[in-house]
Design a protein around this ligand. Structure first.
Ligand SMILES: C[S@@+](CC[C@H](N)C(=O)[O-])C[C@H]1O[C@@H](n2cnc3c(N)ncnc32)[C@H](O)[C@@H]1O
Length: 222
């Protein structure tokens, strides 16, 4: 049943069908949802924390989609204006996001959805944003192609992502530690997200290093 605004509560939305990797990702985030904010505290003190307001300062108006909203850590910085649409694979993460939106008095359209199969028509959004998401999406190029499809022509895509550091020792070390990190945190630490943006056919506008080469603020267009 939907509420007065026509939004179906997160707990009543059907889970999107998932392949094995996507189902595993969903299960991992459902499992860590209660402790996610605690786990994230360390990252928030660094480049991710400073990058959030920076990212959202670019997303000022129009119809906006946040992908992989998680527990809603970026909601403090949402533009005041039209309702933001925010999706996530994990119902448990979204339940926390829903609570945070209520606490902040925000009207957010929260949906259980897989970025690899977005349930929106082509050219729906003026801008899309994501923070620390394409490290977890099983097929990031498929997900990024979906962003290209749902954003309006020339629309902006802003990503704040930790990536593989392409240096002789640290890069291979990140590769070696990656399987353990995926099991513990649900996230790959060795994703080449800038390259993936290009491979998805998006136009790369800028890539800014935030605090060394680990975290990047990526601006792309459809
Ligand atoms: C590391 S958390 C980041 C959450 C939030 N963006 C933040 O900045 O705190 C990654 C999020 O991406 C979501 N996610 C992973 N794969 C996804 C997919 N295929 N579609 C939608 N969301 C996905 C996870 O459920 C999780 O909430």
């Amino acid at each position: 049943m939907s509420n007065q605004a026509g939004i179906i509560p997160v707990s009543r939305q059907p889970k999107p069908p998932a392949d094995r990797q996507t189902a595993l990702t969903r299960a991992r985030y459902d499992r860590i949802a209660p402790i996610y904010d605690l786990m994230q505290k360390f990252m928030e003190r660094g480049a991710i924390g400073t990058g959030r307001p920076r990212l959202w300062s670019h997303v000022a108006e129009g119809r906006v989609l946040e992908v992989g909203v998680g527990t809603g850590q970026s909601m403090d910085y949402y533009p005041r204006g039209p309702r933001v649409t925010a999706i996530d694979l994990s119902e448990r993460m979204l339940q926390r996001a829903s609570k945070r939106a209520a606490e902040l008095g925000l009207d957010v359209d929260l949906r259980v959805m897989d970025v690899q199969h977005l349930d929106f028509p082509d050219r729906t959004f003026d801008a899309v944003a994501a923070t620390c998401v394409f490290c977890s999406v099983p097929d990031p190029i498929v997900g990024l192609r979906e962003l290209k499809r749902v954003v309006k022509p020339g629309g902006d895509i802003w990503l704040l992502e930790h990536v593989r550091i392409d240096r002789p020792v640290i890069g291979p070390l990140m590769d070696a530690l990656n399987p353990m990190m995926v099991r513990m945190m649900g996230a790959n630490i060795n994703r080449r997200t800038v390259e993936n943006v290009r491979l998805a056919g998006l136009q790369l506008i800028t890539v800014e290093n935030l605090g060394g080469e680990l975290v990047k603020l990526i601006h792309a267009r459809s």
